[in-house]
Design a protein around this ligand. Sequence first.
Ligand SMILES: C[S@@+](CC[C@H](N)C(=O)[O-])C[C@H]1O[C@@H](n2cnc3c(N)ncnc32)[C@H](O)[C@@H]1O
Length: 286
Amino acid sequence: MTQTVNGHGTVTTSGSGPRGGDDRLGSGVYDGPRALAEARRALRVALPEPSSKYTQDDEWCVVQQPDGAWSEFRFHDYDRIFDVPGLYEKIFYDVLGCDSPRFMVGLLADALADARIEAADVRVLDLGAGNGIMAEELAAVGVAHNVGVDILPEARTAAERDRPGLYTDYLVTDLTALDAEGSRRLAGHELNALTVVAALGFGDIPPEAFRTAYDHVAEGGWVVLTIKDAFLAADDTSGFARMIADGMASGTLEVVRRERFRHRLATDATPLVYEGIVARKRGPLA
Ligand SMILES: C[S@@+](CC[C@H](N)C(=O)[O-])C[C@H]1O[C@@H](n2cnc3c(N)ncnc32)[C@H](O)[C@@H]1O
């Protein structure tokens, strides 16, 4: 007998009644991750010619559809990308070499070990959670309480479809206009860490949404973020330099790890360099 789990993957059971522990619902073969890997492998993606240059706001690729035709996807059309199982991973991981979630969770795990804090005691707000790759990496180092927040319903649907069970809760909301119910829901999770990976700036998460997420993390909690180096430069006009660079300078954000790293390649194969920061929250941001 084959049953659907969460509307996606399948478990296979014998259908012949109890047989020790083997017949418990959910203890059979769950093929969600395998289905995702297969979908990812089967996708065909092509980039613009390497001599063309696009800003990160304008990057795009074409993807072959089941009928053989090719469709254009802007990289910031996350709703359309998440609707296709494996497409986000194909574009950003397989083709453009992104490894930021694993890299940043590695920095966090090192920092937790140095501070002698158990990963199991960390309760994460994962802002710009997308289809759950951060939750997968966090779970791999022992962080069990992860709350996703994303502005797109397609992101939560994709996380439930592709990585079921990894988020304790997942809010689809705009943190620049969080209502009282949303705020209560976040407060109920007693969060002591904020992760924001590959999601700040470029028409994605604005400074005010970051601040609201930050305000829901306990004092002494962890802040894990990646940001393009230009957003921390003195001449930045997005507001991140004032908020994050000033927070680091004043000690409100006590930096415990800071690394420049290759977030991914651009479509012309040049590296996109980001700053990866792990800090402790020591007070409110200015
Ligand atoms: C590049 S994806 C990164 C996803 C995930 N953090 C990862 O590393 O795989 C950026 C995510 O930020 C989300 N996002 C963009 N603007 C947002 C906003 N204002 N509030 C919350 N999420 C937002 C997008 O919907 C998308 O899921």
